[in-house]
Design a protein around this ligand. Structure first.
Ligand code: COA
Length: 191
């Protein structure tokens, strides 16, 4: 498999869904970024340069292309109809059946388990539907909230990539977390 299977909408829990962002989501995403500028720019590489609604449209279009080409996706998370944040598949490596995922939320949506549950839903999708073998998350060493999400999702700490990400105005060391697909241990490794 080198394409991402059909991914319309993931039911996260009653009232919470995640689905691929489309260009019509640009105004809501732009508003959420503007409202949460300092909170997001502290830890995300990509939010700082997204200043206008057009910038956000371009970012969403990049993920639409990635999804079409089997290279990743960006799902928006909605809680009771309100745009809350996103869960991202940054890259796929079909040769090695690896991918990297990440997540972000507006401050009003923290501490409700949304990032954890959305990441678990994407993990299941990538293991069960896309038959990937290994998923990674990379979290800023001092990003306690993000590391807690990775750990709650059963990802195991593997090491530190020094100065791996340029974020806003400084290099930030990141911890690599990974989880392996437990089903592969039983069914063996497909060709
Ligand atoms: C990283 C980030 C998404 C984590 O947000 P979060 O709200 O802490 O994570 P969750 O949505 O999974 O919620 C977990 C919290 O809700 C609580 N919770 C409530 N219901 C829960 C449920 N059903 N399942 C899991 N946790 C639940 C947990 O106990 C936890 O609270 P605690 O930290 O006080 O123990 C957020 O801090 C963020 O957006 N930061 C900026 C962007 C960023 O850093 N992204 C990651 C880049 S690597």
């Amino acid at each position: 498999m080198t394409t991402i299977p059909e991914l319309a909408e993931l039911a996260i829990r009653p009232g919470v869904i995640a689905r691929p962002l489309t260009l019509s989501d640009a105004p809501a995403m732009h508003a959420l970024i503007v409202e949460n500028r300092a909170h997001l720019d502290r830890w995300l590489r990509w939010s700082g340069p997204l200043l206008s609604e057009d910038d956000v449209s371009g970012f969403i279009a990049m993920f639409e292309d990635k999804q079409r080409e089997g290279k990743g996706f960006h799902l928006g998370i909605w809680m009771d109809g309100a745009f809350a944040g996103g869960v991202v598949c940054w890259r796929t490596d079909w040769q090695n059946r690896n991918a990297e995922i990440g997540y972000w939320l507006g401050r009003n949506f923290l501490k409700r388990g949304l990032a954890t549950e959305a990441s678990l839903a994407v993990t299941s999708f990538l293991f069960d539907n896309a038959r990937l073998h290994r998923l990674e998350m990379q979290c800023g060493v001092e990003n306690r909230a993000s590391r807690a999400v990775a750990e709650r999702c059963g990802f195991v700490e593997e090491g530190i990539r020094r100065d791996s990400h340029w974020i806003t105005n400084r290099f930030v060391d990141h911890v690599v977390y990974a989880r392996l697909n437990p089903a592969d241990a039983q069914r063996g490794y497909p060709d």
